[in-house]
Design a binder for this molecule. Structure first.
Ligand code: SAH
Length: 281
């Protein structure tokens, strides 16, 4: 582990530098990042390395990145492109619209990414066909040694490369993005915040939405009155036991009404069991 003490002066940004070069030289195969031993790492294969760290460079995840609580490495897919123009895609076999990322481009990029990784290191392709992201998935990923994320573009990736490497597919939701980068950042954000030390208040990940298979209760803060709307009396009562009961009841009501799917899952198990086993692979 690196020294997690906060930097005193504003340090130079370690991530997300943009180098604009007026040449056709391929960029370096990887962004140079000093490897921190035993620190969770996301390796992202993308045609848009400049999109990283993006929002992950801000706020809590950004501070944690600077403090070495997690690491990010982008692998520029373009560098693996073919020929003078570094082509990465070609027309779909069998015809149809759009372009497909070539297996002989994505394959070597995956191989490069996986070199030097060890232990529990999932390889994930962000894809609308994938298993939907869930809090359980993020909890599992946070316990891994790291993750490699493949961001597609265009019509996606040649199926053979997915089969060859046994890539898992993971989806941000039932809609189609233009590329995997936003989904990758969502996955990294949700995972990194579960790494010990990243959030100030460790309790906040235990009580929040989904951690017990329920949505979170409503939250309030000052002022006590706003636009004729008071904070519910119970929250101002100081009775911690009753407040906890009220919150639990709100949580259950919200889940039942808004997410009957989650509620139904919960009915199959005891109230406070770890009932969010999610082993669909
Ligand atoms: N033709 C594909 C969609 C390609 S969209 C199909 O119909 O399934 C281009 C890329 O965006 C994909 O390769 C994938 O990496 C990413 N992407 C699109 N929607 C996504 C989603 N819901 N979750 C995760 N990644 C997604």
């Amino acid at each position: 582990m690196s020294d997690p003490s906060p930097p005193s002066a504003k340090p130079p940004r370690a991530q997300g530098r943009k180098t604009i070069r007026a040449s056709l030289q391929p960029r370096e195969l990887m962004t140079p990042v000093p490897d921190l031993k035993d620190v969770w790492k996301a390796k992202v294969i993308t045609l848009l390395p400049a999109a990283f760290p993006g929002v992950l460079g801000e706020s809590l995840t950004g501070k944690a990145l600077q403090d070495g609580l997690w690491q990010l490495e982008t692998i520029d897919l373009r560098a693996f492109g073919i020929g003078k123009h570094r082509n990465v895609d070609d027309t779909p076999a069998g015809g149809g619209a759009g372009m497909v990322l070539r297996a002989d481009v994505v394959g070597p990029a995956i191989q490069t990414a996986q070199a030097g990784t060890s232990g529990n290191w999932p390889l994930i392709y962000l894809s609308p066909r994938g298993k939907p992201m869930s809090q359980q998935m993020m909890q599992d990923l946070a316990k891994a040694d790291g993750v490699t994320l493949l961001c597609g573009r265009f019509e996606g990736v040649d199926e053979r490369v997915l089969d060859h490497f046994g890539v898992q597919e993971v989806s941000l939701g039932d809609f189609v993005l233009t590329g995997g980068e936003i989904a990758a950042q969502a996955l990294i954000d949700a995972t990194v915040r579960l790494i010990p030390g990243v959030l100030g208040n460790a309790e906040s990940t235990e009580e929040e939405s989904f951690s017990a298979g329920l949505l979170e209760h409503p939250q309030y803060t000052r002022p006590a009155q706003w636009n004729d709307r008071p904070i519910p009396d119970i929250l101002m009562s100081g009775h911690h036991g009753r407040i906890a009961q009220w919150r639990a009841a709100q949580s259950k009501d919200l889940t039942r009404i808004r997410r009957p799917d989650l509620w139904a899952l919960r009915q199959g198990s005891d109230d406070d069991d770890d009932d969010d086993d999610d082993d669909r692979a």
